[in-house]
Ligand binder design. Structure first.
Ligand SMILES: Cc1cc2nc3c(=O)[nH]c(=O)nc-3n(C[C@H](O)[C@H](O)[C@H](O)COP(=O)(O)O)c2cc1C
Length: 224
């Protein structure tokens, strides 16, 4: 795994109806769809836009290869997905924002959380998930895995996530999707995990048009 330099952050559910709406070299999406119990080749079915939610975690501050940023890389991808699909947005924001804004310090905190198998709390209320058939879920790759706060989200909402189509996406600086799909399927039994997308964090800041195109192509390929 890469040891990189980065950090950052902000919560709310942002319904598509209240939202107005960028490089990259997006890395390739995984080529398999994974259910909690099996691999599928589902391409998705047509969904009402109001049935789609994008859940994401993202940091601002100092990030690897891009310096100090005021909008997180994953947030940029999340917004591109929402713009393309008309989905609502829900940002996972730490309840107690203990994450440093400097990259090296953040990597140390994140490593400790991972080693301890921590479940950092997030603030705010998760929207009623029963209204969503499809949930895109994204985060930066942290030490080759989902940030631990995302496991808090998965476990807190495991019942509601069961039976949903879950679509993972990552931003990263070399690790790609880093097994987000399989880990998501394991953490959310009863869900169907579709093909994920991995995007270079640097591209999110510097090749936003390419990122949007990549997101649109991916979403279209999923059948949305
Ligand atoms: C704590 C930490 C650990 C990271 N670990 C990895 C890693 O294992 N592999 C990788 O490719 N990038 C890694 N990165 C880089 C981030 O995944 C990448 O910069 C991402 O785009 C940040 O997204 P964000 O701005 O939405 O938080 C790490 C960054 C941080 C802060």
């Amino acid at each position: 795994m890469l040891c990189l330099m980065l950090t950052g952050c902000g919560q709310t559910v942002m319904p598509a109806s209240s939202r107005n709406s960028s490089e990259t070299e997006t890395t390739s999406a995984t080529q398999t769809s994974v259910t909690a119990s099996e691999t599928t080749s589902e391409t998705g079915t047509e969904e009402s836009k109001s049935n789609i939610l994008v859940v994401y975690f993202s940091r601002t501050g100092e990030q690897y290869t891009v310096g100090v940023i005021d909008k997180g890389n994953t947030a940029i991808v999340a917004e591109a997905i929402a713009e393309r699909t008309g989905a609502d947005l829900f940002e996972v924001i730490p309840e107690d924002d203990h994450y440093p804004m400097t990259y090296k310090e953040l990597t140390d905190v994140a490593k400790k959380e991972q080693n301890n198998n921590d479940r950092p709390k997030y603030k705010g209320d998760v929207p009623d998930l029963s209204g969503y058939d499809t949930i895109f879920i994204g985060a930066p790759v942290w030490w080759g895995d989902w940030p631990m706060i995302m496991y808090t989200f998965f476990e807190n909402n495991s019942g509601e996530l069961s039976g949903k189509k879950l679509i993972p996406f990552s931003t990263h600086e070399g690790s790609g999707l880093s097994g987000f799909d399989k880990k998501l399927a394991s953490a959310c039994p009863g869900s169907t995990v579709l093909n994920g997308l991995a995007v270079r964090g640097n591209d999110c800041q510097n090749k936003q048009e390419d990122v949007r195109n990549k997101v649109n192509e991916w979403v279209t390929g999923l059948g949305y």
